[in-house]
Structure formats: C-alpha cells, structure tokens
Design a protein around this ligand. Structure first.
Ligand SMILES: [Zn+2]
Length: 209
C-alpha cells in the first residue's frame, strides 16, 4: 500500500461523505497527465487520480480513451498502459475532449455532474444547476483490443482519411487501428491495401476503386 493509495482512499471516503474535491466556483481544471514511454508502451501513471478528479469510473473513461486514441490499452494498478508511443499532447487532447463532453455541465460549466441511464439513453445531469443533456455512451463502445485482427497484411479496405501524420501520410482509423496511407489526403474516402501491420498501426497504399 503506497501513500498514493492511502490518499485515494481518503479522497474516496471524503466523497462518500458528501465532500467535493473540486471547487464549484471558477473554471474546472482538467487534471494534468503524468506519463512516460516504457518500451513499446505509454504509461499514464496517475490515471486513477484522473478518474477521481473527473468523478468517472474506469469503464466509462477507458473505452472512450482507447477509441479516441485508436489503440489497445489496459488499467494496471491505477496506471493506464497504452500500446505504442503516444505524444502527451494527444493524451491531453483526448482527456480534454472527454471532460468537455462527458463531465462538464454545458450550462454552468460545473464539473459536479453524474451520468444517469434512462432506458438506452445516457443523460449528463448537473448537480450544481440541474441542467441535463443527452451524451454519447462511451461505455457501450467496443474497445480496440477485442478487434485486433480486423486489419491484416494484404487486406484491401475502404477507409476515410481524417488526419495527416508527421511525415505527410494520411491517417485513417479503422476498428481500433491507425492506418497510415502513403499519399492519402485528409477528407478522402479511399480503398487501400495494407502493406505492413505493427501492433495496432498499419501502413498502406491507395489502390484503384
Ligand atoms: Zn450546471
């Protein structure tokens, strides 16, 4: 048992007693990500702490992050281990998106919200002002790790390029894979042939049709 675990326990108890660790006044500050690259993985070492701060369970946050990042990953002892090297800026963007769509009240910007299930709909309800809005249910989204075989060398796939990589390749997301397409341009929906697969990244070229 580390000091950090003790701290988290305390925090949890404080919350169950009705205390709120965030101030309702002022802007909610998205938690800082503490992370590092370890071998072929990216480790977010304070993931449990982030979960506490955004007041969401792992089964809501984890599938969201994996889908947005397009890569497999898992929680291990309060840390989030992601396959591959993920730039910190990317992690921060995904966490920011999560907070703005799944945590903050769109009326008063308070972080004091919770998710209610109404039939198949998920409602984000604000405890500060009572406002509510429907949200996308992140927990229903399949995680990439269950679909890892969806892209294999030699496959021909139709993909949509939604980003451009550092070296100018088009980047498409497909069933949890990131596909780098030589010569692919942002916005294109094209057929590609997979040349090489590395973890959940694949490299492809455009084919006619
Ligand atoms: Zn509100």
């Amino acid at each position: 048992m580390t000091q950090k675990d003790d701290y988290l326990k305390l925090l949890q108890r404080a919350r169950s007693l009705g205390a709120t660790p965030q101030q309702s006044q002022g802007r909610f500050v998205v938690p800082q990500i503490e992370g590092f690259i370890e071998g072929n993985n990216t480790v977010i070492s304070n993931f449990a702490d982030i979960l506490k701060k955004v007041r969401r369970e792992p089964d809501v946050v984890l599938p969201w992050m994996l889908r947005e990042l397009g890569r497999p990953g898992d929680m291990e002892g309060g840390r989030l281990i992601l396959r591959g090297a993920v730039p910190k800026a990317t992690l921060e963007k995904v966490l920011n998106d999560f907070v703005s769509t799944q945590v903050l009240c769109s009326e008063c910007s308070a972080p004091d919200t919770h998710i209610e299930k109404q039939g198949r709909a998920h409602i984000l309800r604000c405890e500060a002002c009572g406002a509510h809005r429907p949200i996308e249910a992140a927990s229903r989204v399949a995680t990439p790790s269950t679909q890892r075989a969806a892209v294999q060398e030699g496959d021909t796939l139709q993909v949509t390029i939604d980003d451009v990589g550092k070296r100018g390749d088009g980047v498409a997301r497909y069933e949890g894979f990131l596909i780098f397409v030589e010569g692919g341009m942002k916005g294109q929906t094209i057929r590609v042939k997979i040349d090489r697969v590395n973890g959940n990244m694949a490299f492809a070229h455009v084919v006619p049709g």
